[in-house]
Ligand binder design. Structure first.
Ligand code: ZN
Length: 237
């Protein structure tokens, strides 16, 4: 009579392990690996975009980034399309960095979208804020260590269609740590992008986010310190 021997059991266990690993990999978003190294132009773009000049509310020119997971919640006159756009940006961010995590989460949200009438936005902003164009607004409390601890994004409920979509993308990109505007048409951070269209992060924005969230690049680092870290790691061509 045939009996299941130890060999059969171990191959069954092995098959189960392979299946579990496969399921885990299939569920996790694919994270774009870092390139072997980056051109000086890419590194300059990363540093320019990530190190706030006029944007750092405390006047520091330092690396500012999230270190904990980002939990997003929407308030006000939010529409299904807004949630779709936010989820899309979050998905793209996940494709670029392993950490921090980012997801819609009503519990202890630290990235808050407010879809409220234009006239109410100024009332909600308080002193430490940044106002953009005549439309969107952001508020990015940053602690003394250069860590983004909370982001508030105000989108005028009156904004419609593609402008509303671009406002969400533009302000969210700022709040992910890309503080400055750039000169790349098609980027969410292109100056005046509320009048343009962008379907995805520009290649240069992807590089900036990837480099910003390398663990060795720490909050509060100066331009020179961050550049030195990348050079030490052989990431600059
Ligand atoms: Zn902006």
């Amino acid at each position: 009579m045939f009996k299941f021997g130890p060999g059969y059991r171990s191959s069954l266990i092995l098959s189960l392990c392979v299946l579990l690993v496969f399921i885990a990999l299939a569920r996790a978003p694919y994270v774009t690996p870092l390139k072997k190294n980056y051109t000086p132009q890419e590194v300059r773009h990363f540093l320019h975009t990530s190190i706030g000049t006029g944007w750092d509310l405390y006047g520091r020119e330092r690396i500012i980034k999230w270190t904990g997971d980002i939990r997003i919640r929407c308030y006000g006159e939010v529409e299904a399309a807004d949630v779709k756009t936010i989820n899309y940006i979050a998905y793209q961010f996940k494709r670029l960095t392993k950490r921090p995590g980012i997801a819609m989460n009503d519990e202890n949200a630290n990235m808050k979208f407010f879809f409220i009438p234009e006239e109410q936005i100024t009332f909600h902003l308080g002193d430490k804020h940044e106002r953009e164009f005549e439309y969107g607004a952001i508020c990015k409390p940053i602690d003394k260590n250069g860590v983004l601890v909370e982001a508030k994004i105000f989108i005028p409920a009156e904004a419609r269609g593609e402008r509303r979509d671009m406002l969400i993308k533009h302000e969210m990109a700022h709040c992910l740590g890309l503080m400055n505007h750039n000169k790349y048409p098609g980027s969410y951070l292109y100056q005046g992008s509320e009048h343009s269209q962008a379907r995805a992060f520009h290649a240069m924005d992807k590089v900036a986010l990837q480099l910003l969230y390398i663990p060795a690049v720490k909050p509060n680092m100066s331009w020179q310190q961050a550049e030195e870290v990348l050079r030490t790691k052989g990431l600059i061509k």
